[in-house]
Design a protein around this ligand. Structure first.
Ligand code: SF4
Ligand code: F3S
Length: 111
């Protein structure tokens, strides 16, 4: 069991979630974060922290595709352990439906 990040993170990337994760299992793409399902301990503390309500349990019916996406990108994007500023247009994109089409496969730029 794990939690997964879903498409409402895309183009928002608030990063409040990374602050609370006890096992540092968030990974950062250019415009979305994902959770590594193999590292997540299913504690659930990140879920209420997301201002975009983008984090769900993989027990949810809608989670299956997201589980695969989270696993896929967690394997290639860098870990993120500290909160940073959200993306510039986060407020405008928060709640826009079906944002998967905007997902960037690029990893986040690391300093
Ligand atoms: Fe981290 Fe817990 Fe969220 Fe899993 S459920 S990503 S362990 S905070
Ligand atoms: Fe994304 Fe929500 Fe975290 S928008 S970066 S899952 S706080």
């Amino acid at each position: 069991m794990t939690f997964v990040v879903t498409d409402n993170c895309i183009r928002c990337k608030y990063t409040d979630c990374v602050e609370v994760c006890p096992v540092d299992c968030f990974y950062e793409g250019e415009n979305m974060l994902v959770i590594n399902p193999d590292e997540c301990i299913d504690c659930g503390v990140c879920e209420p922290e997301c201002p975009a309500d983008a984090i769900i349990s993989d027990a949810a019916e809608s989670a299956e595709d997201w589980l695969a996406i989270n696993a896929q990108y967690a394997a290639v994007w860098p870990v993120i352990t500290e909160k940073k500023d959200p993306l510039a247009d986060a407020e405008e994109w928060n709640g826009v439906p079906d944002k998967l089409r905007f997902l960037s496969e690029e990893a986040a730029e690391t300093a």
